[in-house]
Structures are given as C-alpha cells and as structure tokens.
Unconditional design. Structure first.
Length: 232
C-alpha cells in the first residue's frame, strides 16, 4: 500500500498542504498532530514535527511505525551554503549528514556516528528525480540544485561556522531536521527525499531574510509536494 509521509518543521511549511489535501482524520500522538487523508488518489499523512533533530526523529519514527508510510518527503526551508544558490532557489537532497555530530577525539571522521559505516544517508534516486521533474513543471522559473543537506541543532548565521560546514562536508544547504528524518527513514528502509527552498544565506543577515522570505519559499515547496504525490 502506498502512503506518503510529508513532514515539515513549522506550521508555515505544512499549512498550505493541509489546506489543499482531503483530510479524513486527525490523530495526536505525543506532541505531534497527524493529518491523514489524500492528495488526489494517493494516501498521505502530513505532520509538523517541530524544530530540531529530536523532534524530527520522533515524528518520522511515528510515521514509519504507526502509519507505515511507504515514502517520506521532508519539505521546508534552509540556509544556502553555496554562493550560486540564492534565496528562492530549491535544493533537492542527494544525501544528508549531521554537521554537529563530532567525536573526532576518538578518531572518528566528522559526522560519523560510531557503529555506522558512513556519515551520509542517501536519498532515494527515483524520488529525487521525481521532485526535480515536478519543480520544472510547476515552477520552471526556479533554479534547482542537487546536493548534500547538512543538519544540526544550530541556526547557522556566523561566517566562520558556515565556512567550516562547507569545508568539512561539502553541503549545499544547512537546516535543523533533514538528516534526522533521513536517519530514521534509512533505518526503516523507507525511500525519502529532502526538499529545501532557500530562505537565507546562512550569514549575519540570516535572521532578517529568513523572516522576510519563509512564507514565500515554503509555498513553492507545497506546490511541488502536490505534484510529486500526484505523480506517485
């Protein structure tokens, strides 16, 4: 059975999706509210997970265990880590890493969780391509980039931190939930993709531009989520 889990961190990232989907039921589990219904003919579960990695992991785990989703789309906004990726552009994940998981004192590479074989969690190639095709169809004016998403419990707004993440991980954007969702999806063998519209440049002006652009770029993500789900 196909059932697509759609996760956003904040109300603005899922509000339009909830307004446009057909809601059949609503279920509260812990602190998360899950809206169960359909987009077109496809079964979906939509939830706001809250900000940060733990909140994201709780929500994603519930999606996998309770609602037995077949795919996970994580939509939202992020800060650019590449000068050619501008506000309003979209990054589609090739993979995701934790930029704030550091146990190098014990000779582990940056980002590597002890017991795992690699630092990255690979997004599903078919979902990635479907997202890219959907963006080109619903918003051809938007630039799309594929690349690594870096996640951590830090709102990156300092030049030094931004440069360190770029140099250490080669990521295209940074945010606070994606890798936790990727981690859970990977462990449950659920295909996933992270879609991030760029709301700021992860620099000293981030707080200003983030507030100004968050609603606009989140709307782009909602449009493409509908196209992806309908295509599935």
């Amino acid at each position: 059975m196909m059932r697509v889990g759609i996760i956003g961190a904040m109300d603005v990232e899922v509000a339009t999706i909830k307004e446009r989907m057909t809601i059949e039921s609503v279920e509260t589990i812990g602190e998360n509210v899950f809206h169960i219904g359909k987009i077109g003919k496809t079964d979906v579960v939509v939830a706001k997970c809250g900000i940060g990695k733990v909140n994201a992991a709780i929500c994603a785990t519930t999606m996998c265990v309770k609602f037995q989703v077949s795919h996970i789309l994580n939509t939202g906004i992020a800060g650019s880590l590449d000068n050619i990726i501008n506000i309003g552009d979209i990054v589609v994940s090739t993979d995701a890493i934790y930029h704030d998981f550091v146990v190098s004192e014990f000779n582990y590479p940056l980002g590597l969780i002890p017991g795992r074989k690699s630092v990255e969690f690979q997004a599903d190639p078919k979902l990635r391509q479907l997202v890219i095709d959907s963006i080109h169809e619903v918003a051809p004016e938007i630039q799309v980039f594929e690349g690594r998403v870096a996640s951590g419990d830090i709102f990156v707004s300092q030049k030094e931190k931004k440069e360190w993440i770029i140099q250490s991980f080669g990521a295209k954007c940074c945010e606070m939930e994606g890798c936790a969702i990727a981690h859970v999806a990977s462990d449950f063998h659920i295909p996933f993709v992270i879609v991030r519209a760029i709301s700021d440049k992860a620099d000293e002006e981030s707080a200003i531009t983030y507030d100004e652009f968050e609603a606009k770029v989140a709307q782009h993500c909602a449009d493409l989520v509908f196209k992806v789900v309908e295509s599935l």
